[in-house]
Design a protein around this ligand. Structure first.
Ligand SMILES: Cc1ncc(COP(=O)(O)O)c(C=O)c1O
Length: 469
């Protein structure tokens, strides 16, 4: 029993500092109602869709009542709880927004689930490039000026899109006010889906320094991953719907395609508890306190010369390891056995998630570990700047994603694949953002860039690529 074996199994408490997701931090951040439920008789919560309970797609029962109450509490028309993460909700949303043969405008930092949904639904992703921060190798948040440029190219090149997707905040917590972005898209009659997986805590609107939620900016569909940015258990998520641009029936249909027929009552209860928590004075105070405490931690670490990158969301803490010549992947491998377990190692940085729980003595421990890590490395020179991906501002795959994925294919070394069409998605995880989408044609500059990425992610990017035969 590799997971449950007493003492040596993986599922045991006390495996270092939990600075990764889920955001409940190994339990302390769970709402009181969930802690009570989980400390009661084992398994009482594992119930099927009995008539009194119902399910996310049923009109009657406790789940329907809970969803209606959550939607009303946050001023939205409808919502559905999800037990397959933001992944399942995003995929259902995409399938409701476009029919086979239609296209959706999407940013290049779309989570892989969005591309998979396009493949499943015969939908063309019209992908737009993003501002790139060369010192760390991240994409920045898209603002209205950037989006206007994108829309101008979409129109000039004649891409017919039936809706648009935005990702806000990014995995690293970079975010802007979504209102102007949603307004720009609505002016062009485009329905908008916002992947706000990492921004559920923008929803209660309790912090003047955080951007508002896309829910309150009028986005037609918004997805929150409740285990990433709220107090839900792993796999919990919610899809919000408002206005008349996306038919409810289309959403219900695609949700029924992609959600299990046996949703876990435990996870559904966790969705309710996570969303209800911020409706209480106590829950709102706690979130406010966590944000305040996180800002204090950032300030203290920066004062002590730990190279932190600025980000909009204080619950993300990004060590700029590259500034000291250290790869974030190496830093992660060094820190994990020493008890600091991060969320997102990348070539230039290491991102920690502070989550929904207090962090006593974390500043002192981070400083100690940072100094020890630096002392263990022979070089101090900063890593060179990262190269932005060589992509046009707007592009769509040469072959339909789903067709390329399923086509007869062959594997070639990257250098031999110039001119060919990719039959796979190349996507280090985390963060789960594709570097290459099935159906895209490889040119020399893209191949060179991916070869360069391979040196950064040797375990995640193969030396060969599957191409359409
Ligand atoms: C931006 C973004 N959207 C969606 C997802 C999928 O979320 P989940 O793990 O809840 O399925 C992720 C996961 O990393 C993500 O980073």
């Amino acid at each position: 029993m590799p997971l449950l074996r007493p003492r040596r199994g993986l599922l045991r408490p006390g495996r270092g500092r939990w600075l990764h997701l889920p955001a409940h931090g190994g339990g302390p951040g769970l709402p009181a109602a969930m802690r009570r439920l989980l400390s009661g008789r084992p398994g009482v919560w594992d119930l099927p869709e009995l008539p009194a309970i119902g399910g996310p797609l049923l009109e009657n029962g406790a789940v329907a009542a809970s969803q209606h109450a959550a939607a009303a509490a946050y001023g939205v028309d409808r919502c559905w709880y999800g037990v397959n993460g933001a992944t399942g909700m995003l995929q259902a949303a995409v399938l409701a927004m476009a029919q086979p043969g239609q296209a959706l405008l999407m940013p290049r930092n779309s989570h892989r689930s969005l591309i998979q949904a396009c493949a499943l639904g015969g939908i063309t992703p019209v992908l737009f490039d993003l501002p790139f921060l060369v010192d760390r190798g991240h994409v920045a948040a898209v603002d209205a000026v950037w989006l206007e440029r994108v829309l101008a190219v979409v129109e000039a090149e004649g891409h017919q899109v039936s809706g648009a997707v935005l990702v806000q905040p990014t995995y690293h917590g970079y975010a802007v006010d979504p209102g102007p972005l949603v307004a720009l898209l609505h002016q062009r009659q485009l329905p908008v889906l916002v992947d706000e997986a990492h921004g559920a805590h923008f929803l209660p609107g309790i912090d003047p320094h955080l951007p508002g939620s896309a829910v309150h900016a009028g986005a037609d569909l918004v997805v929150h991953s409740l285990h990433k940015s709220s107090t839900g258990l792993g796999q919990t998520a919610v899809l919000w719907h408002q206005g008349g641009r996306i038919p409810i029936e289309a959403l219900q249909r695609s949700l029924s395609w992609l959600q299990t027929t046996s949703p876990s009552a435990l996870l559904l209860a966790s969705c309710e508890a996570a969303l209800a928590d911020w409706q209480t004075l106590d829950g709102r105070r706690r979130l406010k306190h966590l944000l305040h405490q996180a800002r204090g931690l950032h300030a203290r670490l920066r004062q002590q010369q730990l190279p932190l990158l600025a980000t909009t969301d204080p619950l993300r803490l990004i060590w700029h390891t590259g500034a000291a010549g250290i790869s974030g992947l190496d830093a992660d491998a060094w820190l994990m056995p020493r008890g600091l377990v991060a969320e997102l190692p990348e070539p230039g940085c290491l991102t920690f998630c502070l989550g929904m729980t207090t962090r006593p003595r974390l500043a002192a421990e981070m400083l100690r570990q940072w100094r020890a890590l630096k002392a263990s490395q022979p070089f101090e020179k900063a890593l060179p700047p990262f190269t932005p991906p060589p992509l046009p501002l707007v592009a769509s795959p040469d072959m339909a994603c789903g067709k390329a994925w399923c086509a007869p294919c062959q594997q070639l070394p990257w250098a031999d694949a110039v001119g060919a069409i990719a039959a796979e998605m190349v996507c280090p995880y985390p963060p789960g953002i594709p570097l290459l989408v099935p159906g895209e044609r490889l040119d020399v500059s893209r191949v060179n860039w991916i070869e360069q990425q391979r040196r950064f992610w040797p375990d995640q990017i193969s030396s060969r690529v599957r191409i359409v035969a």
